[in-house]
Every structure is written in structure tokens, then in C-alpha cells.
Design a protein. Structure first.
Length: 164
């Protein structure tokens, strides 16, 4: 009878070992899921790199358009700075803002030549100084893909000749 009980105890121990093995298996499954999550994160980082690269291309195009429009009879020099965190660099918003930036700016710059003080436009407030022009536009749009508002701050500094 004692031997039978010992055998039963050994069997219970074996069952416990089996449960331990099951726990190890679950741990392995969790590690596998973690590896999958890391892989997905790497894919997202890769997509972010691609977006940043395309945005750099967009900024170059925008700068080129502004130079072509500004450097004319008045020989104005424009420099475009777009300070934005990485999560705000959205291609859709930039596409929309290229038109919103160039159109009103092209009209308003010439109208502001002999004015002083802030000038309100459709894209935001424009502040001008006498020796040079500093244009700050705060533009916001809603990108339905991310379901939130995106703010793009564009600071355009234009140096004018003092002969005016």
C-alpha cells in the first residue's frame, strides 16, 4: 500500500512537471509575440524614415517655388525654415500647404511692401519689419487618416534691399 501511494505521489510530481512544461511553453509563446511586436515596430520606423525622406523632397520643392516667385524684379532673397517634430511631418498636410503657402504669399508679399505692422491673410498673421520681412504663418488642418489636427509652422524670412 505504501508503494502504491509513493507511485501516486510520483505521478502527481510528474503532473506538476508537466504543468511546468506548459508554463515554459506559454513563456515561449509570449516571447514569440514580443518578437512579432518588435518586428512590427521596426516596420513602422522604416515607414517613418520613408516619410521623412519624402517630406525633405517636398520642402525642397516648396523652397524652389518660393525662390522662383520671389527672385524677380525686386531681386528678393527668401529662406524657408520648417521646424516640426517627426510625428508632425505628414505628407498629406504638406501637399495641402504647398498651395496654401505659395498662393496667398505670392499675392500678399507685394501688397505688404510699403506697409508696416501685422497683416492678416487667409493663412494666418503676417508680421513685417521695415528693414526686412519676417512672415510667420500658423496653419492647421485636419488629416482624417490620423484623426487629429496637424499644425505646420512655417517661418519665412525675406531680406530686402535698403534702397527701397
Amino acid at each position: 500500500m505504501k508503494a502504491g501511494m509513493v507511485g501516486k505521489e510520483v505521478g502527481m510530481t510528474g503532473k506538476e512537471v508537466g504543468m511546468t512544461g506548459k508554463e515554459v511553453g506559454m513563456t515561449g509563446k509570449e516571447v514569440g509575440m514580443m518578437g512579432k511586436e518588435v518586428g512590427k515596430m521596426g516596420k513602422e520606423v522604416g515607414m517613418m524614415d520613408m516619410i521623412v525622406g519624402m517630406v525633405g523632397k517636398e520642402i525642397g520643392i516648396m523652397k524652389s517655388h518660393i525662390f522662383q516667385r520671389l527672385i524677380g524684379a525686386e531681386q528678393m532673397i527668401g529662406t524657408l525654415h520648417i521646424p516640426m517634430p517627426l510625428h508632425m511631418l505628414m505628407i498629406g498636410a504638406l501637399h495641402q500647404h504647398i498651395g496654401a503657402l505659395i498662393g496667398p504669399m505670392n499675392r500678399d508679399i507685394w501688397a505688404m511692401h510699403r506697409q508696416t505692422g501685422p497683416v492678416a491673410t487667409s493663412t494666418g498673421p503676417l508680421n513685417m519689419h521695415r528693414s526686412g520681412m519676417v512672415i510667420t504663418m500658423g496653419m492647421a488642418t485636419t488629416n482624417r487618416a490620423i484623426g487629429g489636427a496637424i499644425q505646420v509652422l512655417v517661418v519665412l524670412m525675406i531680406a530686402k534691399s535698403d534702397e527701397e
